[in-house]
Design a protein around this ligand. Structure first.
Ligand code: SAH
Length: 274
């Protein structure tokens, strides 16, 4: 129980500075204030708001209880994709399991993963949903994984700021448990840095277009295949050069599909009517 000198938290503030807490579509400004307070008590400082219903607001300041600096520094974005565009790890917190087949983790495992990534110098986001409806399936699909606080299954929905507090506490515990020397060595660039979120989204958009162009779905709804492919490529964490290579392959597939369809239409079209 004796104090052992400075903790990793004292020596590695950069690690927590790479972790942002993103609140999507928050309805009650008081919850934004309480979340800012929850962050600050655990040494986190980066609050990001996506389309908050009321912000800035006096109630947010009232409930931040002195964490006004966190509120004032909060970034506001129009969409979740924009808010996490430069992140290498995005984890969505959900009050209940969804049909979206995302790998689900406990806050403890998620915090270890987040601290590990941030320790490697990468940007990390933990995302929280709306009070009434949580995160949409589309928003969850932007995430590498889901985090569920294993609450009472019959009453599993925590107040959003309480959920932020649990996750922020786990992040602090994970940071304290991490070896300070490992965390400090991060500053060494890892060999393969996963492509930023925005690059992955560009790839997914082109992949969807290509699958259409080659008629991969054959009348089936495209969502299920795209969900599985997103999951596969997000798990693989390709770096920027690998994403460029994949997009080059897609571009060629799109070109071949265009050639094939122009060939088919010229075959179909009677000569003289072209
Ligand atoms: N009625 C909503 C609950 C939203 S609670 C729903 O069913 O989705 C607001 C936010 O707090 C959630 O989107 C989630 O990010 C977080 N949250 C609440 N309870 C949680 C839990 N048990 N595990 C993980 N996150 C939780």
């Amino acid at each position: 129980m004796s104090a052992q000198g400075p903790t990793p938290a004292d020596t590695t503030p950069d690690v927590l500075a790479r972790i942002r807490i993103v609140l999507v579509g928050t309805q009650h400004p008081g919850n934004i204030g309480s979340s800012a307070r929850a962050l600050k008590t655990m040494g986190l400082s980066r609050l990001v708001l996506v389309a908050p219903e009321k912000f800035p607001h006096i109630e947010a300041h009232a409930l931040s209880a002195g964490a006004d600096d966190v509120l004032e520094a909060a970034a506001v974005h129009a969409s979740l994709a924009e808010a996490v565009a430069d992140c290498r790890l995005v984890l969505g917190c959900t009050a209940r399991s969804r049909r979206v087949a995302l790998p689900e983790q406990s806050p403890r495992d998620a915090a270890l993963r987040a601290i590990g990534k941030a320790g490697e110098g990468r940007e990390v986001a933990l995302v929280f949903g709306r009070e009434r409806t949580g995160l949409t399936n589309g928003e969850l699909q932007l995430c590498h994984g889901a985090v569920h606080i294993p609450a009472n299954p019959d009453y599993s929905s925590l107040n959003i700021a309480a959920a932020v507090q649990v996750v922020a506490y786990e992040l602090r515990l994970a940071l304290l448990a991490a070896d300070a020397s490992v965390l400090n060595s991060t500053m060494v660039e890892p060999t393969a840095v996963p492509a930023p979120h925005a690059a992955m989204e560009g790839f997914f958009a082109q992949l969807a277009d290509t699958l259409d162009a080659i008629d991969f779905h054959k009348g089936r709804a495209p969502e299920s295949a795209m969900r599985k492919l997103r999951r596969l490529f997000m798990r693989a964490e390709p770096d920027a050069a690998e994403v460029r290579l994949l997009r080059g392959i897609l571009a060629d597939a799109q070109r071949m599909a265009r050639l094939a369809s122009s060939g088919a239409s010229s075959d179909d079209t009677p000569a003289g009517s072209r």
